[in-house]
Design a protein around this ligand. Structure first.
Ligand code: ADP
Length: 192
């Protein structure tokens, strides 16, 4: 298996690049934000329990998202690999993920960390909010809350994977294709 984490703050382009990467490498895309929004749209109990946190720009509790990832991994045996997008977002989620993969004799092979300045992130998210229909992209205070959650709780995830030398930083500003080429260069380097 080849398992990749696409890491970075809200608005860093993880979703855009993930779509291109899964196609090129035949990976399964696991984006916890997308799964949570589907649960909300389907009005499931899980969705209802997550909605308040998401609307406030806070992280959903670890148990909820870890459970979602556990089912996805268990329901997809024999897969070539996963691309994790928006997960893990806390060190506890990273430890849980490492354990789930170890049960399948697998591991995280590479963490690609997109680097984007805070001003650029806020501009991108406000712009996305004009068309995405995402309520958490409309209000600047909610956007700042999400960036705050990222700095406090999520950025330590990079430290967790740096210990095993798995993190590579990639510039997340520039054209979509240039960024994609940088990402594929790192993946190809790792796989060969
Ligand atoms: P973005 O990267 O733009 O913030 P996401 O779709 O990844 O967008 O996440 C939207 C929201 O979903 C987050 O603000 C958070 O409330 C929730 N969420 C998504 N993934 C996780 C996770 N791994 N742990 C906790 N909360 C999550």
């Amino acid at each position: 298996m080849f398992n990749l984490i696409l890491f970075g703050p809200p608005g860093s382009g993880k979703g855009t690049q993930s779509e291109k990467l899964i196609e090129k490498y035949g990976l399964m895309h696991l984006a916890t934000g997308n799964i949570l929004r589907e649960e909300i749209a389907n009005k499931t109990a899980l969705g209802l329990s997550a909605k308040g946190f998401m609307d406030r720009g806070e992280l959903v509790p670890d148990e909820v998202v870890i459970g979602m990832i556990r089912s996805a991994i268990e329901n997809n045996p024999g897969i070539r690999g996963f691309l994790f997008d928006g997960f893990p977002r806390t060190v506890a989620q990273s430890v849980a993920l490492d354990n789930l993969l170890a049960e399948k004799d697998a591991q995280i092979d590479l963490v690609l960390a997109l680097q984007v300045s805070e001003d650029e992130l806020i501009d991108r998210l406000i712009n996305r909010g004009k068309t995405s229909g995402r309520t958490d992209d409309v209000n600047e205070n909610i956007i700042r809350a999400r960036i705050g959650e990222y700095e406090n709780k999520t950025s330590p995830v990079a430290g967790h994977y740096s210990k095993s030398d798995k993190v590579v930083k990639v510039k997340g500003e520039g054209s979509i294709d240039d960024i994609f080429n940088q990402l594929t260069k790192e993946i190809d380097h790792k796989q060969n």
